[in-house]
Design a protein around this ligand. Structure first.
Ligand SMILES: Nc1ncnc2c1ncn2[C@@H]1O[C@H](COP(=O)(O)OP(=O)(O)OP(=O)(O)O)[C@@H](O)[C@H]1O
Length: 225
């Protein structure tokens, strides 16, 4: 199956979507993680695993250009990461969900589509229905539950015409249907040649195939460990 590691030969022949070489981050001279080396090919879903505080969110912030690494290199589709190259290639799902609370669900998706563009064949309305929120188009997102907000945020990722998804705890706040939804979205994305890096502190539920894992351990990352 193309979304398992290794990806199918055909997809692996394409250039890597993401490469990290000697990637490390330290705060006040205290190592948070690294150095890490990994590559993400089209068709792969890779799981970043670690306990609370291990550095998963920090790693995703580095990979999405929000933080500069202390050392090492990040390449997107073979080219060094720069802010100019970033937005057309990466969709980030963060803890904050990236939603504007005063805008309705559909306005949030239109706003995102205005910034990032729209995946061919999709529209905000169909995608919102696809994540189980048909009928919620005109509800301000501040009035949605945590799980419903997460679904709108997933719709935002799905709409973006990008190859690389960086999803921070995509299963958090979701019910069983929502967890299956995330797995379906990941599987479809991998099957069409996309790739995803997802974080989890252990209670993850990616059940399709056996994703490659990048372990982050807070204790092992400490300089005195
Ligand atoms: N803004 C910040 N300022 C200072 N330290 C921070 C900041 N954000 C995170 N940290 C510290 O960096 C380390 C890694 O945090 P990070 O949020 O990346 O972990 P995580 O693996 O995502 O944790 P969780 O599973 O709890 O979400 C932790 O020790 C945390 O206390």
């Amino acid at each position: 199956m193309p979304h398992t590691a290794p990806a199918s030969v055909e997809l692996r022949d394409r250039p890597a979507l993401l490469e990290a070489r000697g990637l490390a981050y330290a705060r006040n001279d205290e190592p948070v993680f690294g150095p890490l080396d990994f590559t993400l090919h089209p068709g792969e879903v890779v799981l970043v695993e670690g306990d609370n505080g291990a550095g998963k969110t920090t790693l995703l912030r580095l990979l999405s250009g929000l933080l500069a690494p202390t050392s090492g290199e990040i390449r997107l589709a073979g080219e060094p990461l720069t802010l100019a190259r970033l937005s057309p290639q990466v969709a980030l799902l963060s803890h904050a969900n990236g939603l504007k609370p005063e805008l309705t669900a559909i306005e949030n998706l239109r706003f995102a589509a205005g910034l990032l563009g729209l995946r061919s064949g999709l529209s905000p309305t169909t995608v919102l229905a696809g994540v189980g929120l048909a009928g919620y188009d005109d509800v301000p997102t501040r009035k949605l539950s945590a799980g419903q907000k997460k679904r709108v945020a997933l719709a935002r990722v799905l709409l973006a015409p990008v190859g690389l998804w960086l999803l921070d705890e995509p299963y958090a706040n979701l019910d069983r249907d929502g967890i299956q939804l995330v797995n379906r979205l990941l599987e479809n994305h991998a099957n069409r040649g996309g790739a995803a890096l997802i974080t989890s502190h252990g209670a993850y539920a990616y059940t399709s195939g056996t994703p490659r894992r990048i372990p982050l351990r807070a204790d092992a990352n400490r300089s005195d460990a």
